[in-house]
Design a protein around this ligand. Sequence first.
Ligand code: ADP
Ligand code: GN1
Ligand code: MG
Length: 366
Amino acid sequence: MSEQYLRDLLSDFDIRSDISNAKIYPYGGGHINSTFLIEGNSKYILQKINTNVFKNPVELMNNIVLVTSHIKKKIEEAGEDPEKKMTSVVKAKNGDNMITDKNGDCYRVITFVNAISHETIEHSSQLYRAAKTYGQFQKMLADFPAEKLYEVIPHFHHTPNRFKNLEKAISENESGRLDSVRDDIEFALSYRDRIGEVVNGISDGSIPLRVTHNDTKINNFLFDRETDECICMIDFDTVMSGSLLYDFGDALRIGASSAAEDEVDLDKVHFCVEPFEQFTRGLLEELSGEITPRELELLPYSALLMTYEVGIRFLTDYLNGDIYFKTSYPEHNIVRARNQFKLVRDIDARMNDLNALVKKIHNELR
Ligand code: ADP
Ligand code: GN1
Ligand code: MG
């Protein structure tokens, strides 16, 4: 995709400000889509949607428009400017939510909220503010009709299903890398009996289904450049029915890690209690009236579960030959998997402390 190619694509979108001299460059650290910043008088995000991952981009874009419009309406009702607090999909000139080029590739333009994301956190208070933003996101979507959402990736956070995918990847050994990851596989398989709590809770009704984000890694929260206030969430590709526990756990697996998701030196990778405490406090301040006893009980477990789940997804992708996540070098996925597994060990070792901490915060807020 040359710069000129992207510039030509932009002329098909209904962009009202002059971007004829805008600079276009790759932006952000997402693992799925190809993201570009359009920097002219106004800024925009241009993304090539990864249609290997998202097989139904029209339905996906419809979900995003429905969810962001619903949220913007709530922001407006609260007397604030929705354009400053939430992203919008910029329509194509033909009225569609995206364009499909002659190669069948799909592109979308999203407004740029004047804020930045952090790949790792710099201060644990950022997690408190992120949790508040997440809690408000939950509240704003509480009356959203979930049946209007297309299930973009079925069983996205069904961990036992992810486990089966790992077993399949092991038996197929598509990449020929199996022998080099025996220890990692042994670790992953040892959790077989401990990964069903959330899906079981959803089945028996103790865990309610809600409209959830499903990809709450910390770089999907935007923070004000100057004040570091958490402005909003982005990356609504996976908004679907799900459990609050998915979002809680997923936010903490990077948010409470001492290091980047692909830090190679595992001595530098720890699960930190302080950001966990901050996120829990922020979330419970917003949602303690809504959260069920079983959800409350499983908050620490969900950090373990979601970190484990992503770990086995990286391992699976490594065995499959790096066909899902973007990678920058051949060992990238196994480095990520080992990093996540180090966190899993750490969370597991601290589970009693984390459980006690959640109870303490809950009691304080009652
Ligand atoms: P991916 O699915 O690949 O993660 P994202 O939509 O999360 O794609 O975008 C990748 C990164 O680009 C984000 O983590 C963030 O840094 C940046 N980004 C995306 N959309 C916006 C936006 N509207 N405003 C500001 N930054 C954005
Ligand atoms: C992907 O798109 P991004 O980079 O925000 C992935 C998440 C994983 C994450 C691991 C649609 O998130 O599920 O947790 O990588 N998104 C999708 O970092 O698979
Ligand atoms: Mg993202």
